[in-house]
Design a protein around this ligand. Structure first.
Ligand SMILES: Nc1nc2c(c(=O)[nH]1)N[C@H]1C(S)=C(S)[C@@H](COP(=O)(O)O)O[C@H]1N2
Ligand SMILES: [Mo]
Length: 347
């Protein structure tokens, strides 16, 4: 038994060394990677997308500040030369795409806000970046999905999987096999060399990092990683208004106080944000500029604070006219809901 243990740990040690030298090579290759220009550049971002309230998160999230959520104990290290995406299942012909195939494809670029289903109301598991990639619909068209398929199960090199409705990957919403993030190759921890980005769906059902396999299948036949663990099989993003300034329990000077934050309802867009002070009437906030329906929208409101404690609530209305629900729900199984509510003291 001792011999077996020793042999096993010797293999583990060698594996560890190989892994760490490969790691630095992958990181180096990533840094020297030249991204191609998109055939379809991102729409210009209009002026004024940033909230006028000081202290609100930047409209474009820098890669280093982008939230990270995954099950990976160590970040997968994939050599772009070795990377391959297999597309199979209910398709006319199974295909394999190399990284070079992606570099040679007609790439699109788009600002998309990613959101995690685990984000509590008011939380910061959301980020907005400019992504560069190959439209997933183009890759799927090469394989030819068969009649009756309604889902694509995407799997990462480390065994995570996500179930995404096939129609969402075929419509015009810019779902992509992304290779670039804010003008650089994907950071290793955000899925290098290739990840999925699907506007409008929470990450757990769409945003597979280090993606290596797309199986065209049916919801009735396959369950993704988190669905097997009690989460929903589908995950459209819920409309959410977040208050970022002032902070909960902050002390603010009495007088004019700037309230501000970010709201999102990807694919539907945000048409209104309202703020309620001390259970008074709902007051319409000033919306910052809108870049698109698939990235978040910021807002601000000037408020005359009288001395004492105050309660602030916020809610958003989406592009379909739906007011954000006040019904509280936990993140499990398909995303938190309810209005954010905070207390501040003016003095
Ligand atoms: N391979 C892999 N991809 C993954 C996950 C994961 O655990 N493993 N988590 C998903 C979840 S839950 C989210 S919210 C997004 C987060 O992407 P980010 O870390 O780039 O922000 O990645 C998705 N893709
Ligand atoms: Mo997530």
């Amino acid at each position: 038994a001792t011999g077996v243990t020793a042999a096993a740990s010797a293999i583990a040690a060698t594996g560890g060394r190989l892994l760490s030298s490969a790691r630095s090579n992958v990181a180096k290759a990533r840094e020297s990677l030249q991204l191609p220009a998109p055939a379809e550049p991102a729409a210009a971002v209009p002026a004024g997308v940033q909230s006028r309230a000081a202290g609100v998160t930047p409209w474009l999230t820098p890669n280093t500040d982008f939230y990270r959520i995954d099950t990976a104990l160590s970040v997968p290290e994939i050599n772009a030369q070795d990377w391959e995406l297999r597309i199979h299942g209910l398709v006319d012909r199974e295909i394999r795409l190399s990284f070079q195939d992606l570099l040679d494809a007609k790439l699109i670029e788009s600002h998309v806000t990613l959101t995690c289903v685990s984000n509590p109301v008011g939380g910061n598991l959301a980020g907005n970046a400019k992504w560069l990639g190959m439209p997933i619909r183009d890759a799927l068209a090469m394989a030819g999905p068969k009649e009756g398929a309604d889902m694509v199960l995407s799997t990462s090199i480390d065994g995570f999987s996500a179930s995404t409705p096939l129609e969402v990957l075929q419509d015009d919403r810019d779902a992509m096999l992304a290779i670039g993030m804010n003008g650089t190759a994907l950071p290793l921890e955000h899925g290098y060399p290739v990840r999925m980005v699907v506007p409008g769906l929470y990450g757990f059902v769409s945003a597979t990092k280090w993606v290596v396999d797309l199986e065209v299948t049916r919801f009735a036949d396959n369950k993704a990683y988190w669905t097997q663990r009690g989460w929903s099989e589908r995950g459209p993003i819920k409309t959410m208004a977040r208050v970022e300034v002032p902070k909960s329990f902050a002390k603010v000077p009495a007088g004019r106080v700037a309230i501000g934050g970010t709201a999102w309802a990807q694919t539907r867009g945000i048409t209104k944000v309202e703020v309620q002070i001390d259970n008074g009437p709902w007051i319409e906030a000033t919306l910052a500029g809108e870049a698109s329906l698939i990235s978040w929208r910021q807002w601000s409101l000037d408020w005359e604070a009288t001395p004492g404690p105050h309660y602030i609530k916020a809610r958003a209305t989406d592009g379909l006219g739906e007011v954000q629900t006040d019904k509280r729900a936990d993140p499990v199984p398909d995303g938190a809901s309810g209005w954010q509510s905070l207390m501040v003291t003016a003095e």
